[in-house]
Design a protein around this ligand. Sequence first.
Ligand code: ZN
Length: 101
Amino acid sequence: MPLCTACGKENPEGFRYCGFCAAPLTELPPTGEERKVVTVLFCDLAGFTARSDRADPEDVRAVLRPYHAGLRWQIERYGGTVEKFIGWRCCDGRVRGTAGS
Ligand SMILES: [Zn+2]
């Protein structure tokens, strides 16, 4: 039975789309790549751009360091993984499931 690469559920033979989440049922490319369902968190530090435009880099870093640490702590506390911080923005790529699991 074909497995949905988006939600991981089995579908009957001949289905072109997943009966559970409507994702196209295609075979995984033989490149070792894997499709995963993730939750992405975008958050922003209100007023930061205006405040940091004229600030010294050291002062900006002094604000960002505890902000990033706090964000990381909160995200990891709920089982998330921080993919990257982009400036004062944060992306949380939380894996919800993998194909075949
Ligand atoms: Zn599905």
